[in-house]
Write a protein that binds this ligand. Structure first.
Ligand code: 7TS
Length: 408
């Protein structure tokens, strides 16, 4: 991306021009959440100013227009991840709720004692705890594919853990703590060979990589809008139609029913069967606008830019005395996780914040990854399409300040 294009893109994000502690904001916490462009803010504002009504239930004009706007967002998600059918897209509060939906609905109706769920050691807690709850409820067992020193899956481990007992493999497309891009297509092929389903956690992937759920042949794919330049509180579950049809409802309430009597209730068709209650309508509209925005910029261009930022940052990191990178696979999306000898990550975060540089420090909701490296926490800088090489320089400038303060 040339400087002019980048400056124009940055100008679309109002928050990027604010200051923090008297310094220009350098926002490098994009894996936690991304900032929002004008187009997304305006879409939500327009929705509330002009269309606001409840959906799927009114004959009046506003209700129909609000319903159309909401359903158009579903179509945008379908095209964005190349799902075969629009009813395969279920709106959820985010990736976390989407995983809980599958674990609860599919899991409780399909698992028995002796069955196994296979996860990887690099999963976010959102792709661990729902499966643990499911195992407690059903007597199924969790198995874990280990990671190696670079933060990749141990070669051959998946294959040796997959058996006829494996009913589902849960794997993150991109690790939020390490940056590793997992070979999900190959994982899916191996899992399907033993008859297991695969849920891909795309929370860290959709803003950085083009996703084609049909080409991947995954059974479920989940993501959150807020890591994709969209609003918080909304996200999506993709599931293959035949699987979703076969699953019982997750929550009961309005919209998800066909007929209700006290004797018996029948359920609505897909996707509404899984969308009980009034959804985050404005959020869905904002997510649709975010997808339009990302597609206008172009995922290939975004990926190339972020790769450039990551390799520039990695080069500086490798020359930085006392810095150890956590996650050094060749296939990485824009995440730089590291520790500094003699400095607690939280101190790094606090001093960087004083310099206007926002990064995340902690376990990143991936405690098993921290355990693997015998660490309590790492510092993590994560990149988005609007970050610049100067911001990477600002990060390392601030890190040198940390080093001076702590190590003299
Ligand atoms: N899966 C992965 C891989 C994630 O990185 C996250 C959030 C989630 C699931 C959960 O997403 P949610 O939108 O439902 O909360 N990860 C992070 C992070 O790295 N820092 O803050 C949130």
């Amino acid at each position: 991306m040339n400087e002019l294009v980048l400056a124009e893109l940055r100008a679309q994000f109002p928050i990027l021009s604010r200051q923090v502690h008297g310094k220009p904001l350098v926002y490098l916490d994009n894996a936690a959440t991304t900032q929002k462009p004008q187009a997304v803010l305006q879409a939500e504002c327009h929705y509330y100013e002009q269309l606001n009504a409840n959906i799927h239930r009114g004959v009046h004009a506003l209700s129909q227009e609000a319903t159309d706007a909401f359903e158009q967002a579903r179509d945008k998600i379908q095209r964005f991840i190349h799902a075969a059918h629009r009813e395969e897209i279920i709106f959820t509060r985010g990736a976390t709720e989407a995983i809980n939906l599958v674990a609860h609905s599919w899991g409780r109706s399909h698992l028995q004692p002796g069955d196994e769920i296979l996860l990887t050691e690099m999963e976010h807690h959102a792709n661990i705890v729902p499966w643990q709850l499911l195992c407690e409820a059903t007597g199924a067992q969790l198995k874990v594919v280990p990671i190696d020193a670079r933060g990749g899956l141990v070669a051959g481990a998946l294959q040796s853990l997959l058996t006829h007992k494996t009913k589902l493999v849960g794997v993150t497309h991109v690790s939020n703590a390490l940056g590793t891009i997992n070979p999900v297509a190959e994982i899916i092929r191996q899992a399907h060979a033993v008859g297991a389903l695969v849920l891909v956690d795309g929370a860290q992937a959709v803003a950085h990589l083009a996703v084609d759920v049909q080409a991947l042949d995954c059974d479920f794919y989940v993501f959150s809008s807020h890591k994709l330049y969209g609003p918080t509180g909304i996200g999506a579950l993709y599931g293959k139609r035949s699987l979703l049809q076969d699953m019982p409802p997750y929550q009961g309430g309005g919209d998800m029913i066909s007929q209700v009597t006290f004797a018996r209730t029948t359920y609505n068709q897909l996707p509404y069967k899984f969308e009980a209650g009034t959804p985050h309508i404005a959020g869905a509209v904002g997510l649709g606008a975010a997808i339009d925005f990302v597609q206008t910029v172009g995922l290939e261009r975004i990926a190339a830019h972020e790769e450039h930022l990551l390799s520039y940052a990695t080069e500086q990191a490798l020359q930085f005395e006392g810095l150890t990178l956590i996650g050094t696979m060749p296939e990485k999306a824009g995440i730089l996780s590291f520790v500094l000898k003699g400095v607690h990550p939280h101190d790094i975060g606090t001093i960087l914040d004083n310099e206007g540089v926002a990064i995340r420090t902690g376990h990143h909701c991936a405690m098993p990854v921290m355990d693997h490296y015998a660490l309590a926490a790492t510092a993590r800088a994560s990149f988005a399409l609007y970050n610049t090489l100067e911001e990477v320089d600002a990060l390392f400038h601030a890190l040198r300040r940390v080093q001076k303060l702590f190590l003299g």
